[in-house]
Ligand binder design. Structure first.
Ligand code: ATP
Length: 258
């Protein structure tokens, strides 16, 4: 039996409502973006180069400051709490972590040292830390093989896995992933998306994934949003978006926009 509609609805996990983002005084990068991520969902944020995907993710994790960016309108809430004044690290403490575009790793540290750095905020005990590392290796067996190799000497796919693994060490509830497929061979990208699916199913981590590769992202997502010059142009269940002719034509590479 479904719950009576008069019961209070629980707030969505993440709610972005009508945000506008500027860089400096002049550049309007995001004009009007609203989206939600419900607990347990994988949500794809799609759009061409420059559509505003990275800016939206950085607005959520409060990473715009160093680029002189700021949210000038709208609200962002995490489990009902406004997060615009939280530092990125406070947000990580609340369960929201971002993996930046370009698979940032500490190149001179080993894969394992990179992973360990992800636990810094939580300061777990030695046993807990060892258990957490083993959990990451269970998801990414390739990283176990490379645990003593400097991250800078591993492949692009392994660096992306290291960046995701390090973020997982914060024990997030929501992970924001910026272009995980960028510059990687299709087979490696597939492997990474399969791991994301497993993580989502087995440990309940929700994902908001910015991707230019709409075809791929919609295969793994529950819901998708398509951005066009800083606005949400379309949104809906991933399967529906993937089957729509206009999305296919403009975003799945079957024709070029006029
Ligand atoms: P990409 O896949 O290329 O990263 P994107 O959809 O993530 O594209 P954004 O990087 O968010 O798009 O860029 C949105 C707009 O904001 C673009 O016009 C871009 O040139 C501009 N922009 C992004 N970062 C900055 C910045 N640090 N300073 C000024 N303008 C920026």
């Amino acid at each position: 039996m479904s719950a009576p509609s008069s019961l209070p609805q629980t707030a969505p996990f993440l709610a972005v409502a009508g945000i506008e983002v500027h860089y400096g005084q002049a550049i309007l990068a995001v004009r009007d973006v609203s989206l939600t991520v419900e607990e347990g969902q994988v949500v794809a944020l799609l759009g061409a180069n420059g559509a505003g995907k990275s800016t939206t993710l950085k607005a959520i994790s409060n990473l715009l400051g160093p680029e002189r960016g700021a949210v000038s309108r709208g609200t962002i809430t995490w489990r009902g709490e406004a997060v615009s004044r939280l530092s990125p690290s406070a947000l990580v403490g609340k369960g929201v972590v971002q993996v930046l575009e370009g698979r940032h790793c500490f190149q001179q540290l080993t894969v394992e040292e990179n992973l360990l750095s992800g636990a810094f905020l939580r300061r777990p005990g030695r046993r807990q830390l060892a258990e957490d590392i083993e959990r990451i290796y269970a998801w990414f067996p390739r990283l176990k093989l490379k645990r003593r190799t400097k991250a800078g000497l591993t492949s692009g796919g392994e660096q992306q896995m290291t960046a995701i693994g390090r973020a997982l060490m914060t024990r997030p509830r929501l992970m924001l992933l910026d272009e995980p497929s960028m510059g990687l061979a299709p087979i490696v990208v597939q492997e990474i998306f399969e791991i994301i699916r497993t993580l989502n199913r087995d440990s309940g981590v929700s994902f908001l994934i910015a991707e230019q590769n709409a075809n791929l992202a919609l295969k793994y997502a529950d819901v998708g949003y398509v951005l066009e010059t800083g606005r949400v142009a379309m949104s809906g269940p991933a399967a529906e978006l993937a089957s729509r002719g206009d999305v296919k034509a403009f975003y799945l590479g079957e024709a070029s926009p006029k």
